[in-house]
Design a protein around this ligand. Sequence first.
Ligand code: NAD
Ligand code: ZN
Length: 342
Amino acid sequence: MRALVKARAEPGIWWEDVPVPQIGPNDVLIEVRKTSICGTDLHIVAWDEWAQATIPVPMVIGHEYVGVVRQLGSEVDGLTVGQRVSGEGHVVCGRCRNCQAGRRHLCINTSGVGVNRPGAFAEFVAIPGSNVQPIPDDIPDDIGSILDPLGNAVHTALHFDLVGEDVLITGAGPIGMMAAAVARHVGARYIVVTDVNAYRLRLAAAMGADRELDATTESIEATMRELGMREGFDVGLEMSGSPSALHDMITHMDNGGGIALLGIPPRQAPIDWNDIVFKGLNLQGIYGRRMFETWYKMLAMLETGLDVAPVITHHFAAEDYEDAFAVMRTGECGKVILDWQT
Ligand code: NAD
Ligand code: ZN
């Protein structure tokens, strides 16, 4: 099969012919239709410090995809050949304390599709049957291919109650924009989004934000006044990984507010701990998606009017992956889709 392979321990990604994955009794073989590119894939291609410490080579990468079930292991129940599916990208052990307690998103032995084990930038991907997520017919393939990052947005956005609340989202990357759409859908009052990229701020407006601010030139304070907000934001969704964005967020939270942290900051980012303590803020780290409550709610919201389509800005045939990665690197994009059936 054709696949994008991290073939060597150096910058780059290679278009290769590799064997179709063999499945075990508990696995499912999926024929991939569309994939989308994640920031993680850029790190793997660039072969940065994180990638060097994490990614086994050679390995097929990619973890955001939609496809069709082609083969079921002998022990797999409840799925059928020909069914349209996506897959939870975190493969968990089922045996650790959190797995046994039903908190599988906190498994201590998590293995990532396209990160620790072979991924989906290929004609076929194999995952455990328990990770397969069927997709309702009325959800198009494009949306099916971005359920993994949409799940990050949903998991983060739904951690704190948003109904009638004022929400600050720092980072209008694809996940921040989708979080704005989720916050709107579930009934937040004001949604303010910050970024440093004008293209992305424009997209955030199309996704349901009330105000989009350039963090380098515009003031959150002034926007709050304009909106008639007197006290501060009730909920913060940190989706940039930028220490200065986190600092701005903490400064503009109301007492007792909640901050859900998805963005990955440098290991040692300075924080004003006085604000955390004296404001009584709640900080919650977010990893992946809840298995499988996030999937349930995400699909339910998509079927009842949640519209994240504007986040998809580019399509390429899979073999034009170099152009697709180049667009990703410019930052002038939302989600970039690779089509594997051309
Ligand atoms: P992204 O890199 O496309 O988006 C981040 C955005 O933050 C960019 O648009 C960037 O311009 C913006 N930004 C940079 N500095 C800023 C500042 N000072 N203020 C406001 N915005 C600023 O990433 P994404 O795919 O949308 O993901 C969002 C974040 O979540 C990333 O940090 C990513 O690594 C992380 N992530 C975490 C998980 C998890 O499980 N915890 C999963 C997926 C992604
Ligand atoms: Zn576990």
